[in-house]
Design a protein around this ligand. Sequence first.
Ligand SMILES: Cc1cc2nc3c(=O)[nH]c(=O)nc-3n(C[C@H](O)[C@H](O)[C@H](O)COP(=O)(O)O)c2cc1C
Length: 297
Amino acid sequence: MSELSDILGSTWPVIQGPIGSMNSPDMVAAVSEAGGFGMLALGFVNRLEDAKRLVEEVKDRTGKPFGANVVIMNPLHREIIEMLAEEGIQTVTTSVGRPDAIYPLIHELGMKGLHVVLSLTHAVKAEQAGADGLVVVGCEAGGLRSRRPESSTMVLVPLVCDHVSIPVVAAGGIADSRGYRAALALGAQGVQIGTRFLVSEESIAHEAWKQVVIDCGDGGTDLLPVGNMMTRAVITPGIRKLIEDPSVDLEEELQKIDRLKAWDDGDLENAMPGAGQVSALIRDVKSVREVIEEMVS
Ligand SMILES: Cc1cc2nc3c(=O)[nH]c(=O)nc-3n(C[C@H](O)[C@H](O)[C@H](O)COP(=O)(O)O)c2cc1C
Protein backbone atom coordinates (compact mmCIF):
# COMPACT_ATOMS: atom_id res chain seq x y z
CA MET A 1 0.00 0.00 0.00
CA SER A 2 1.39 3.42 -0.91
CA GLU A 3 1.65 6.13 1.75
CA LEU A 4 -1.04 8.02 -0.12
CA SER A 5 -3.48 5.11 0.18
CA ASP A 6 -2.87 5.18 3.94
CA ILE A 7 -3.70 8.89 4.03
CA LEU A 8 -6.83 8.64 1.85
CA GLY A 9 -8.18 5.24 2.83
CA SER A 10 -9.95 4.94 -0.55
CA THR A 11 -9.75 1.97 -2.92
CA TRP A 12 -8.21 4.09 -5.68
CA PRO A 13 -5.92 7.13 -5.36
CA VAL A 14 -8.32 9.27 -7.40
CA ILE A 15 -9.28 12.51 -5.63
CA GLN A 16 -12.24 14.68 -6.60
CA GLY A 17 -10.79 18.17 -7.11
CA PRO A 18 -12.73 21.00 -5.46
CA ILE A 19 -14.52 23.35 -7.88
CA GLY A 20 -14.99 26.78 -6.31
CA SER A 21 -17.98 26.58 -3.99
CA MET A 22 -19.81 23.99 -6.07
CA ASN A 23 -20.85 21.32 -3.60
CA SER A 24 -23.03 18.30 -4.13
CA PRO A 25 -23.13 15.76 -1.31
CA ASP A 26 -24.55 13.27 -3.87
CA MET A 27 -21.47 13.69 -6.04
CA VAL A 28 -18.96 13.49 -3.20
CA ALA A 29 -20.67 10.30 -1.98
CA ALA A 30 -20.79 8.89 -5.53
CA VAL A 31 -17.03 9.40 -5.99
CA SER A 32 -16.30 7.67 -2.67
CA GLU A 33 -18.77 4.86 -3.37
CA ALA A 34 -17.01 4.28 -6.72
CA GLY A 35 -13.70 3.80 -4.88
CA GLY A 36 -12.32 7.33 -5.32
CA PHE A 37 -11.84 10.00 -2.66
CA GLY A 38 -14.81 12.38 -2.66
CA MET A 39 -14.07 15.93 -1.60
CA LEU A 40 -16.26 18.76 -0.40
CA ALA A 41 -15.19 22.20 -1.65
CA LEU A 42 -15.32 24.20 1.59
CA GLY A 43 -12.79 26.81 0.45
CA PHE A 44 -15.28 29.62 0.00
CA VAL A 45 -17.93 28.65 2.56
CA ASN A 46 -18.59 31.60 4.84
CA ARG A 47 -20.89 30.03 7.45
CA LEU A 48 -19.68 27.20 9.63
CA GLU A 49 -23.17 25.70 9.86
CA ASP A 50 -23.33 25.40 6.04
CA ALA A 51 -20.04 23.46 6.03
CA LYS A 52 -21.26 21.19 8.84
CA ARG A 53 -24.56 20.50 7.06
CA LEU A 54 -22.71 19.50 3.87
CA VAL A 55 -20.49 17.09 5.81
CA GLU A 56 -23.52 15.53 7.49
CA GLU A 57 -25.31 15.17 4.16
CA VAL A 58 -22.35 13.25 2.72
CA LYS A 59 -22.20 11.05 5.84
CA ASP A 60 -25.91 10.23 5.35
CA ARG A 61 -25.07 8.95 1.86
CA THR A 62 -21.83 6.98 2.31
CA GLY A 63 -19.77 5.28 4.97
CA LYS A 64 -16.69 5.46 2.75
CA PRO A 65 -13.90 7.95 3.47
CA PHE A 66 -14.15 11.44 2.01
CA GLY A 67 -12.38 14.73 2.65
CA ALA A 68 -12.71 18.46 2.26
CA ASN A 69 -10.71 21.26 0.71
CA VAL A 70 -10.01 24.25 2.94
CA VAL A 71 -8.71 27.55 1.60
CA ILE A 72 -6.28 29.02 4.14
CA MET A 73 -7.18 32.57 3.11
CA ASN A 74 -10.79 31.94 4.22
CA PRO A 75 -11.09 33.62 7.66
CA LEU A 76 -13.13 30.60 8.87
CA HIS A 77 -10.54 27.99 7.93
CA ARG A 78 -9.49 27.05 11.49
CA GLU A 79 -13.10 26.62 12.66
CA ILE A 80 -13.86 24.55 9.56
CA ILE A 81 -10.91 22.23 10.24
CA GLU A 82 -11.96 21.83 13.90
CA MET A 83 -15.53 21.03 12.82
CA LEU A 84 -14.23 18.48 10.28
CA ALA A 85 -12.18 16.76 13.00
CA GLU A 86 -15.25 16.60 15.25
CA GLU A 87 -17.19 15.04 12.37
CA GLY A 88 -14.52 12.35 11.99
CA ILE A 89 -13.00 13.59 8.71
CA GLN A 90 -9.42 12.40 8.64
CA THR A 91 -7.94 14.05 5.57
CA VAL A 92 -8.14 17.58 4.18
CA THR A 93 -6.49 19.38 1.32
CA THR A 94 -5.35 22.95 1.94
CA SER A 95 -5.02 25.60 -0.78
CA VAL A 96 -4.17 29.28 -1.31
CA GLY A 97 -2.28 30.42 1.77
CA ARG A 98 0.69 29.63 4.01
CA PRO A 99 0.69 26.01 5.20
CA ASP A 100 3.02 26.64 8.19
CA ALA A 101 0.19 28.41 10.01
CA ILE A 102 -2.22 25.50 9.75
CA TYR A 103 -0.40 22.14 9.76
CA PRO A 104 0.30 22.17 13.54
CA LEU A 105 -3.50 22.40 14.11
CA ILE A 106 -4.25 19.68 11.53
CA HIS A 107 -1.83 17.33 13.30
CA GLU A 108 -2.99 18.27 16.82
CA LEU A 109 -6.47 17.21 15.74
CA GLY A 110 -5.10 13.87 14.52
CA MET A 111 -5.77 14.65 10.86
CA LYS A 112 -3.61 14.50 7.74
CA GLY A 113 -3.36 17.17 5.08
CA LEU A 114 -2.26 17.45 1.47
CA HIS A 115 -1.23 20.96 0.46
CA VAL A 116 -2.06 22.14 -3.07
CA VAL A 117 0.95 23.66 -4.85
CA LEU A 118 1.53 25.19 -8.28
CA SER A 119 5.35 25.40 -8.18
CA LEU A 120 8.49 23.64 -6.92
CA THR A 121 9.28 26.44 -4.46
CA HIS A 122 5.89 26.13 -2.79
CA ALA A 123 6.17 22.33 -2.77
CA VAL A 124 9.44 22.42 -0.84
CA LYS A 125 8.06 25.02 1.60
CA ALA A 126 4.90 22.96 2.17
CA GLU A 127 6.94 19.87 3.04
CA GLN A 128 8.99 21.95 5.50
CA ALA A 129 5.73 23.29 6.98
CA GLY A 130 4.64 19.74 7.80
CA ALA A 131 2.27 18.85 4.95
CA ASP A 132 1.73 15.07 4.81
CA GLY A 133 1.52 15.13 1.01
CA LEU A 134 1.16 17.46 -1.94
CA VAL A 135 -1.32 17.98 -4.72
CA VAL A 136 0.92 19.26 -7.52
CA VAL A 137 -1.13 21.14 -10.11
CA GLY A 138 0.32 21.80 -13.57
CA CYS A 139 -0.57 24.90 -15.57
CA GLU A 140 -2.95 23.06 -17.92
CA ALA A 141 -5.38 22.58 -15.02
CA GLY A 142 -8.66 24.40 -14.51
CA GLY A 143 -8.91 26.72 -11.51
CA LEU A 144 -6.84 29.56 -10.09
CA ARG A 145 -3.24 30.07 -11.18
CA SER A 146 -0.52 32.50 -10.17
CA ARG A 147 0.60 35.37 -12.39
CA ARG A 148 4.10 33.89 -12.73
CA PRO A 149 5.26 31.64 -15.59
CA GLU A 150 4.34 28.08 -14.61
CA SER A 151 5.21 24.51 -15.61
CA SER A 152 2.98 21.81 -17.05
CA THR A 153 2.06 18.65 -15.12
CA MET A 154 4.52 16.62 -17.22
CA VAL A 155 7.41 18.79 -15.96
CA LEU A 156 6.27 19.87 -12.50
CA VAL A 157 5.30 16.47 -11.08
CA PRO A 158 8.66 14.68 -11.60
CA LEU A 159 10.49 17.87 -10.60
CA VAL A 160 8.65 18.01 -7.29
CA CYS A 161 9.08 14.23 -6.80
CA ASP A 162 12.85 14.75 -7.14
CA HIS A 163 12.84 17.31 -4.31
CA VAL A 164 10.41 16.05 -1.67
CA SER A 165 9.97 12.81 0.24
CA ILE A 166 6.22 13.07 0.97
CA PRO A 167 3.62 11.53 -1.39
CA VAL A 168 2.67 13.52 -4.47
CA VAL A 169 -0.73 13.65 -6.19
CA ALA A 170 -0.67 14.89 -9.80
CA ALA A 171 -3.37 17.27 -11.04
CA GLY A 172 -3.96 19.04 -14.31
CA GLY A 173 -4.70 17.46 -17.68
CA ILE A 174 -5.86 14.04 -16.43
CA ALA A 175 -9.18 12.69 -17.69
CA ASP A 176 -8.70 9.01 -18.50
CA SER A 177 -6.56 5.91 -18.00
CA ARG A 178 -3.77 7.31 -20.19
CA GLY A 179 -3.40 10.38 -17.99
CA TYR A 180 -3.71 8.31 -14.81
CA ARG A 181 -0.96 5.90 -15.87
CA ALA A 182 1.24 8.78 -17.04
CA ALA A 183 0.87 10.48 -13.63
CA LEU A 184 1.98 7.30 -11.84
CA ALA A 185 4.91 6.95 -14.25
CA LEU A 186 5.96 10.52 -13.39
CA GLY A 187 6.29 9.54 -9.73
CA ALA A 188 2.88 10.56 -8.38
CA GLN A 189 1.04 8.13 -6.11
CA GLY A 190 -2.37 9.39 -7.19
CA VAL A 191 -4.32 11.95 -9.19
CA GLN A 192 -6.72 14.82 -8.54
CA ILE A 193 -9.42 15.30 -11.17
CA GLY A 194 -11.28 18.57 -11.75
CA THR A 195 -12.66 19.12 -15.25
CA ARG A 196 -13.54 15.47 -16.01
CA PHE A 197 -15.70 15.23 -12.86
CA LEU A 198 -17.23 18.64 -13.58
CA VAL A 199 -18.63 17.05 -16.76
CA SER A 200 -20.19 14.07 -15.00
CA GLU A 201 -23.80 12.96 -14.51
CA GLU A 202 -23.60 13.69 -10.78
CA SER A 203 -22.01 17.13 -11.19
CA ILE A 204 -24.38 20.00 -10.38
CA ALA A 205 -22.61 22.27 -12.89
CA HIS A 206 -25.15 23.86 -15.25
CA GLU A 207 -25.78 21.77 -18.40
CA ALA A 208 -24.60 24.75 -20.51
CA TRP A 209 -21.25 24.71 -18.68
CA LYS A 210 -20.83 20.98 -19.30
CA GLN A 211 -21.68 21.50 -23.00
CA VAL A 212 -19.14 24.32 -23.40
CA VAL A 213 -16.45 21.97 -22.09
CA ILE A 214 -17.57 19.13 -24.38
CA ASP A 215 -17.52 21.51 -27.38
CA CYS A 216 -14.07 22.89 -26.45
CA GLY A 217 -11.28 21.77 -28.77
CA ASP A 218 -7.51 22.02 -28.83
CA GLY A 219 -6.42 25.47 -27.64
CA GLY A 220 -9.95 26.34 -26.55
CA THR A 221 -9.03 27.44 -23.01
CA ASP A 222 -6.80 30.26 -21.85
CA LEU A 223 -5.64 31.99 -18.68
CA LEU A 224 -7.64 35.08 -17.76
CA PRO A 225 -6.79 37.66 -15.07
CA VAL A 226 -8.95 37.66 -11.92
CA GLY A 227 -7.81 39.90 -9.06
CA ASN A 228 -4.14 39.22 -8.36
CA MET A 229 -4.35 35.72 -9.91
CA MET A 230 -5.23 34.04 -13.19
CA THR A 231 -7.95 31.51 -13.90
CA ARG A 232 -8.20 29.00 -16.75
CA ALA A 233 -11.48 29.03 -18.64
CA VAL A 234 -13.00 28.05 -21.97
CA ILE A 235 -12.86 31.13 -24.18
CA THR A 236 -16.44 31.86 -25.25
CA PRO A 237 -17.18 34.08 -28.29
CA GLY A 238 -18.01 36.96 -25.91
CA ILE A 239 -14.66 36.73 -24.11
CA ARG A 240 -12.85 36.28 -27.44
CA LYS A 241 -14.32 39.62 -28.61
CA LEU A 242 -13.04 41.34 -25.46
CA ILE A 243 -9.56 39.81 -25.85
CA GLU A 244 -9.32 40.88 -29.50
CA ASP A 245 -10.59 44.44 -29.00
CA PRO A 246 -7.54 46.68 -28.41
CA SER A 247 -9.75 49.42 -26.93
CA VAL A 248 -10.89 47.11 -24.11
CA ASP A 249 -9.16 46.87 -20.72
CA LEU A 250 -9.60 43.09 -20.34
CA GLU A 251 -8.96 43.01 -16.59
CA GLU A 252 -11.48 45.75 -15.95
CA GLU A 253 -14.13 44.07 -18.12
CA LEU A 254 -13.61 40.64 -16.55
CA GLN A 255 -13.97 42.14 -13.09
CA LYS A 256 -17.54 43.11 -13.98
CA ILE A 257 -18.50 39.46 -14.53
CA ASP A 258 -20.12 37.72 -11.58
CA ARG A 259 -18.46 34.37 -12.24
CA LEU A 260 -20.39 32.39 -9.68
CA LYS A 261 -23.75 33.75 -10.80
CA ALA A 262 -22.95 33.06 -14.45
CA TRP A 263 -22.05 29.47 -13.53
CA ASP A 264 -25.33 29.04 -11.67
CA ASP A 265 -27.47 30.63 -14.40
CA GLY A 266 -25.72 28.89 -17.29
CA ASP A 267 -25.37 32.30 -18.97
CA LEU A 268 -21.93 31.57 -20.29
CA GLU A 269 -21.78 33.73 -23.41
CA ASN A 270 -19.93 36.49 -21.59
CA ALA A 271 -18.86 34.49 -18.59
CA MET A 272 -15.77 32.49 -17.74
CA PRO A 273 -16.64 28.78 -17.76
CA GLY A 274 -13.74 27.47 -15.69
CA ALA A 275 -12.14 24.31 -17.11
CA GLY A 276 -8.73 22.82 -17.89
CA GLN A 277 -6.99 22.20 -21.21
CA VAL A 278 -8.11 18.59 -20.85
CA SER A 279 -11.57 19.79 -21.97
CA ALA A 280 -10.35 18.96 -25.49
CA LEU A 281 -10.34 15.25 -24.53
CA ILE A 282 -13.80 15.25 -22.93
CA ARG A 283 -16.54 14.38 -25.40
CA ASP A 284 -19.45 13.22 -23.27
CA VAL A 285 -21.09 13.26 -19.86
CA LYS A 286 -20.36 10.08 -17.89
CA SER A 287 -21.12 8.90 -14.38
CA VAL A 288 -18.25 9.33 -11.92
CA ARG A 289 -18.19 5.53 -11.56
CA GLU A 290 -17.64 5.11 -15.33
CA VAL A 291 -14.86 7.72 -15.24
CA ILE A 292 -13.08 6.11 -12.28
CA GLU A 293 -13.45 2.52 -13.54
CA GLU A 294 -12.04 3.42 -16.97
CA MET A 295 -9.27 5.49 -15.36
CA VAL A 296 -7.89 2.74 -13.14
CA SER A 297 -8.53 -0.07 -15.66
C1 LIG B 1 -13.90 25.86 -12.27
C2 LIG B 1 -12.83 25.32 -11.36
C3 LIG B 1 -12.76 25.77 -10.04
C4 LIG B 1 -11.77 25.27 -9.16
N1 LIG B 1 -11.74 25.68 -7.86
C5 LIG B 1 -10.80 25.19 -7.00
C6 LIG B 1 -10.79 25.55 -5.61
O1 LIG B 1 -11.67 26.25 -5.13
N2 LIG B 1 -9.78 25.07 -4.83
C7 LIG B 1 -8.81 24.25 -5.33
O2 LIG B 1 -7.92 23.84 -4.58
N3 LIG B 1 -8.82 23.87 -6.63
C8 LIG B 1 -9.79 24.31 -7.47
N4 LIG B 1 -9.82 23.90 -8.77
C9 LIG B 1 -8.78 22.97 -9.26
C10 LIG B 1 -9.30 21.53 -9.23
O3 LIG B 1 -9.62 21.12 -7.92
C11 LIG B 1 -8.26 20.55 -9.81
O4 LIG B 1 -7.04 20.59 -9.10
C12 LIG B 1 -7.97 20.87 -11.27
O5 LIG B 1 -9.18 21.11 -11.95
C13 LIG B 1 -7.24 19.70 -11.90
O6 LIG B 1 -7.01 19.92 -13.25
P1 LIG B 1 -8.02 19.41 -14.42
O7 LIG B 1 -9.10 20.44 -14.47
O8 LIG B 1 -7.18 19.38 -15.63
O9 LIG B 1 -8.53 18.06 -13.99
C14 LIG B 1 -10.82 24.33 -9.65
C15 LIG B 1 -10.93 23.87 -10.98
C16 LIG B 1 -11.93 24.33 -11.82
C17 LIG B 1 -12.04 23.77 -13.22
